[in-house]
Write a protein that binds this ligand. Sequence first.
Ligand code: MET
Ligand SMILES: [Zn+2]
Length: 764
Amino acid sequence: MVFSSVLGFPRIGANREVKKSVEAYWGGKIPVEDLQKTVAEVKKYNWTNVQSRGVDLIPSGEFSLYDHVLDHSAAFNAIPKRYQGLGISDLDVYFAMGRGRQTGGVDVPACEMKKWFDSNYHYVVPELSDETDFKLVHNKALVEYNEAKALGITTRPVVLGPISYLVLGKPAREAPASFEPITLLSKLLPVYKQLLTELKSAGVESVQIDEPILVLDRAANLEKQYASAYAELAPVAPKIVLTTYFNRLDANLKFVSKLPVGGLHIDLVRAPGQLDEVIAAVKNTNLVLSLGLVSGRNIWKNDFTASIKQAQKAVSALGSDRVIVATSSSVLHTPVTLASEKKLPDQHRDWFSFALEKAAEVATIAAVVNGSQDAKIAAALEENKVSIAKRREFESTSDDAIRKRVAAITPDMYNRKSPFAARKAAQDQALKLPKFPTTTIGSFPQTKEIRTARAKLGKGELTPAEYEKFIEQEIQNVVAFQEEVGLDVFVHGEPERNDMVQYFGEQLNGFVFTQNAWVQSYGSRYVRPPIIVSDVSRPGPMTVRWSSYAQSLTKKPMKGMLTGPVTILNWSFPRDDVSRKLQSQQLALALRDEVLDLEKAGITVIQVDEPAIREGLPLRRSDWDEYLEWAVDTFKLSTAGVADSTQTHSHFCYSDFGDIFTSIQRLDADVISIEFSKSDMKLLHTFQQFGYSNQIGPGVYDIHSPRVPSEEEIRERLKASLKIIPDHLMFVNPDCGLKTRQWKETKESLVNLVAAARWARENA
Ligand code: MET
Ligand SMILES: [Zn+2]
């Protein structure tokens, strides 16, 4: 019989209970018992609901209060030294690693976070060295398995595999930079052995071991480690389903199919093409094949007919006992349930499927493949056919004007009129900026007052006119503040924006919004990505009103602020019926019009942010070029229409840009600002290696922390940057927007920043 499985479930609660509870605990407002109670309820909700949808293999052990990789570090005693001996509870040590801690005489920053593969989820990077003293502090998988069992629910525990865990880590501070965490494998394996032995003796039949790094090129060098690790683990473990996701196995399949495990899970949403190959590779083994047919990354309803066809193909090759129908990855990356959406029009509701609906989908697909005679299953299949047909019909309609515009894009539209040197001369003349011009990245503190005003507007407690007055006042304050501090290129502060993507999505055609469709980004930070459902176009100017109002208040150049096409795309749920490239092109044309409208309105400096450009980079190197080509081209399409004398800026943050540095140069923005402060030396070396010819503002301080950098500190940073970047090309700015900061530290920091820039003008 074909089983169904879900690989992992959102841990936020259907009503964001976990966020509320965790934050209340952090704030000292509730005792730990209350937090534990909420957590128990959310887990119970998850298990009982996934079970009631008919899923056979229900995940446990993947719940997390902050991040599942951090859970493993805590359970394995991989606690960096600076978090040891603080005299606080294990739970508080765990949170301190996730988010830092600054109370009761304890002052530790957070561990580094990184993007989880190509998603917008961030994991906490394990810090490892020869001194890491691995031991099983607690068996989280076992605890949760037993918790579910006590509720009468048999689950399949989920564990992150040892090799992925190590490879996702980095050298701890005491280790040399060249230290490779994978060298700790033999020290870590006993912990896994104990963990898995305990699961087996508790009666666990099968365990899901995630080894997502098997879809990366670098796993090719880990064949030996995989073979020896799994040879050691398999004999003591419950049946292992080795789980991969987010891409294809490619050449790694050759050794993976020979590992002594019970099953293999593959992602057929991201890499449908690998099915035949994988079937052929496992046919003469005993491996069970778990088919990732229902997307864990997007919110579109599954096309049952297509999935059933693939499942049947596997069944006819392997027999039904060797096939599982599953979600492609954990459904952590999707919202909890459509049932929470009260205002979604029926037409839209019918297109979507969130985590719980996906649970029902895998169960239904498996039932159909098993030949179920259940009338409910037949009805669900029929309903799905009707719904998919309707969606396809909707998708077949397009906005002809937009499609024609995209088809008519010509190569010259990607390029500015003149090369950088000529533009720089024109801009120097038009803008008359001093050397080391100072600026900020766009947003100023989003205060409680701003959020309250927006909420009131939503509830009708403020009229649009009253709200606009309020925003105007905010802009006046921000402009006056910048005059006072003495910055050179001003911003309006973005007070009118709820979010840098949503704000634009709401003003463009082609997007749908939800009320409650939250997805965890990191810790207790959740986002609500807009959904692109049809061709994108711009009904009218989106930002001109506020930018030109702001410009009217000052003689200093006012920077227009836009979010770039690639970032809007990467931080939305995209369509799956057309390419990402086409969606990005349509967004770029809309933004191009906005850029030109800003220019017409007298805005001479325009910034188009692309913080998410690195995140969209495909996991396999052989796929990079194709992505980078359209990603860079669409950015250029959005900005290149302006006159030579208009200065374009772009901003990047959150990622390691070394990989794509040459593409950043190709964007040909007049000025880029880039997050430097955490990995300054590394990035400076990248500059040295590749060179960069346009202007650049290396972020001179970290805005993610309330700490105020001293003038001296900023000077030091400038000096370090000046070794690599010529003085006439350098801007001075913080490393990201200031929206999460308070006014007090913002003011102090920017005063120091301006003073450091003035010092540089005299002395550097
Ligand atoms: C995540 S990048 C943020 C850029 C945006 N302009 C801001 O200042 O907030
Ligand atoms: Zn940023």
